[in-house]
Design a binder for this molecule. Structure first.
Ligand code: GLU
Length: 504
């Protein structure tokens, strides 16, 4: 067990939370719980241009649905609050001034057009423009200007940003809990903007200041942030703060081929990429969610846990408690993890099969009520027990069992052609008589009587059983036929056979 673990999930509220984000939250949660630590939610909303109004709410609902609640965050146990960066603006200003005073950051007055011109100019020469040690003194910043000139510009309200002064000619040795040592030459880094002209910090500054002030011990985040690691480590050095430990989680890859699973892939490839359905507040466009697609959150979470982490055993099914016990950053892989929609379905099926019939019946009843069908719970439970093994989702139940609730009105044409012969109506008519006579209307008894009648008729079982199934179900599917007959009862069975005789 590691002492004093404090981790954070720090999403930017720019839209719905991608399942990769949920996995980051999950791994942070598991790591915190395993070590008796604290899981913090921090909303990184410094980029006003990308802010989406319902995104924070969506993020919080998603964590709730996944049952991975945060210990500290907006409106909850605000020990280190506020937890929204937009509410911490003044803080960042204070800290950027410290960096400027220490000589680790400088004012830059280059306009967007000027920087663009530099970029184009470099491109034409087949080079890339980086703002750093090799050209800083030729650009418009406080390092190139005199102190008086700089002050004058600031006083005149000239637009400016504050950049980090990356050290020159140094080889940084960075540690990542998953990737080990990473070396990087500081000469390849650019002087990133830390403070924007709109008075807001950039992600880098706000992130480091907050991780420090919130006493974060481990930064666990997606691989896409790995390129920011050198700057972040340098920022800790500049502030003379102890850096947390870092762990960059592997990418989640598309099911086929290479490449990161993106927000757009869901629509293109036909599966959800978001935990909950999401309505874009501007376009009203709706994106699918795992919840609404009928997944159990336990199955979704179990699937996510194994995207990039493995327990080192063959075990695949884990409850959240089991995950908390088994989870270890050392078993997180560097290589990207391929997402599989089929495997996700498989997980749901496993959880569905494990669930009690009573619990499933409650869920199924909700959809029955929506259809205007009200049946006693014992009946629904029995239906569930009969069709469950063929279902992956509660949503599958209706297709597998509608004939338990309503008479078929249409018949599978192919099956009719094959099974409904000229002699069938007579046989079915006679069968109605046989059924009417049965007093003990239990599956076993009905089966015995009907089968001995078939034997006495010398017609072969298929000749009766198939048209009978067709009459009762509307197709050649469904569980044991005599269980169906018992369940729907004598009157309904007889009526259905009569209807088939009349219409086919
Ligand atoms: N706000 C960043 C994001 O949206 C956080 C990255 C980090 O965890 O440092 O993912």
């Amino acid at each position: 067990m590691i002492d004093n673990v404090r981790v954070r999930f720090a999403p930017s509220p720019t839209g719905p939370l991608h399942m990769g984000g949920v996995r980051t939250a999950l791994f942070n949660y598991l790591f915190a719980k395993k070590n008796n630590g604290t899981f913090v939610l921090r909303i990184e909303d410094t980029d006003q241009t990308r802010y989406v109004e319902n995104a924070e709410e969506y993020i919080i609902h998603s964590l709730e649905w996944c049952k991975i609640p945060f210990d500290e965050g907006p409106n909850k146990n605000e020990k280190f609050g506020p937890y929204r960066q937009s509410e911490r603006k003044d803080l960042y200003k204070k800290y950027i001034e410290i960096l400027v005073a220490k000589g680790w950051a400088y004012y830059a007055f280059d306009t967007a057009e000027e920087l663009d011109a530099h970029r184009k100019d470099h491109e034409q020469k087949g080079k890339t423009f980086i703002y750093n040690w090799h050209n800083r003194l030729k650009l418009k910043n406080s390092l190139a200007l005199t102190a008086a000139e700089t002050q004058q510009k600031i006083a005149a309200g000239e637009k400016h940003v504050i950049r980090f002064k990356t050290p020159q000619d140094e080889v940084l040795k960075l540690q990542d809990e998953i990737r080990g040592e990473i070396t990087i030459d500081t000469n390849t880094l650019d002087d990133k903007v830390l403070f924007k002209s709109d008075g807001m910090p950039t992600y880098h500054l706000a992130n480091i200041v907050d991780d420090h002030l919130m006493e974060i011990s481990h930064v666990i985040r997606g691989e896409e942030w790995l390129p920011s690691l050198p700057l972040h480590v340098l920022l800790y050095r500049a502030f003379e703060w102890e850096a947390p430990k870092f762990a960059h989680l592997p990418l989640i890859l598309k099911p086929v081929g290479k490449g990161k699973l993106s927000k757009r892939d869901g629509d293109k490839l036909g599966f959800p990429v978001f935990p909950l359905a999401y309505t874009n507040p501007v376009s009203n466009e709706v994106s699918r969610g795992y919840k609404e697609d009928g997944y159990f959150s336990e199955a979704f979470v179990n699937m996510l846990a194994l995207l990039g982490w493995n327990p080192g055993t063959e075990q695949e099914l884990f409850s959240l408690e089991e995950l908390t016990k088994a989870f270890d950053l050392k078993r997180v892989s560097k290589a990207g993890a391929k997402f599989s929609p089929d495997k996700t379905k498989w997980f749901n099926e496993q959880y569905l099969q494990q669930k009690e019939d009573t619990a499933l019946a409650v869920l199924f009843s909700e959809s029955l009520v929506e259809k205007g069908i009200h049946k006693e719970s014992s009946y629904v439970e029995k239906v569930v027990s009969l069709v469950k093994e063929r279902a992956s989702f509660v949503n599958d139940f209706w297709d597998l069992s509608s004939f338990f609730f309503e008479n078929p009105t249409a018949f599978d044409a192919k099956a009719v052609k094959k099974q409904w012969k000229e002699t069938t109506p007579d046989l079915m008519g006679e069968l109605i008589g046989v059924l009417r006579e049965i007093e003990n209307f239990e599956s076993k008894n009905i089966e015995e009587i009907v089968k001995s009648w078939i034997t006495s008729k010398e017609v072969g079982f298929g000749k009766v059983m198939q048209p009978l199934r067709l009459s009762l179900v509307g197709a050649l599917k469904g569980p044991h036929l005599f269980d169906i007959i018992e369940m729907i009862g004598k009157e309904s069975a007889v009526a259905r056979i009569q209807y088939a005789i009349d219409t086919l």
